[in-house]
Ligand binder design. Structure first.
Ligand code: ZN
Length: 195
């Protein structure tokens, strides 16, 4: 215990690193020292969207820090944070809940200036509006949502991968600007983009 105390005194950032907080602490706003980037909801101005799965939701996000927004086929998806497009796929027209469907998804990966990478999944066939190497701005339309890959209904899967406060490459929980303030999202709620 004493050792831990000394460590915390020497390296206060360890105790407050994002990676050391539980998902519930984040959702309840207990992380007062949060200096993480604030993302923009990945949809058009004032669009109202329903979050069907949040961090560690039991259906397909067990142990995952990813978000599923339930949106109609063809909904415009925008960059939640600017960066450079590092990977895309847009030729799939297949979706479902069979194990092989995991490799059927259309996607866009965008790398941010801190090295983290946002993954956007399930775009409709030919619904990817950007190319590898493109620089995109926050809020810029990047694709049209769909139901490709491991997916039971049209939705957008969003997650950010990067290094946590203790040096592990992992899924990072992300805060968003919403009509309810700057928050970590919870499943079962509607959110509206502000920008
Ligand atoms: Zn998902």
């Amino acid at each position: 215990m004493r050792k831990l105390l000394i460590l915390l005194l020497l390296f206060p950032c360890i105790g407050f690193a994002q990676g050391s907080y539980s998902i519930n602490d984040l959702k309840n706003g207990k992380n007062k020292h949060d200096s993480s980037y604030v993302y923009t909801l990945p949809f058009e101005h004032k669009k109202k969207v329903f979050l069907i799965q949040g961090y560690e939701s039991m259906f397909s996000h067990k142990g995952e820090r990813a978000l599923d927004f339930k949106v109609k086929n063809g909904t415009t998806v925008c960059a939640a944070r600017g960066g450079v497009v590092t990977a895309i796929r847009k030729d799939s027209d297949v979706g479902g809940l069979k194990p092989e469907n995991l490799s059927d998804g259309n996607y866009i990966f965008i790398q941010h200036d801190d090295g983290s990478v946002a993954n956007y999944w399930h775009f409709k066939k030919d619904g990817v509006l950007v190319n590898v190497g493109d620089t995109v701005k926050t809020g810029q339309p990047i694709g049209l949502s769909g139901n490709t890959g491991y997916s039971a209904f049209p939705h957008l899967h969003f997650e950010v991968q990067g290094y946590d406060g203790v040096g592990n490459f992992t899924q990072l929980p992300t805060r968003f600007y919403t009509q309810r303030g700057i928050i970590y999202l919870r499943p079962g709620r509607f959110y509206r983009t502000l920008h």
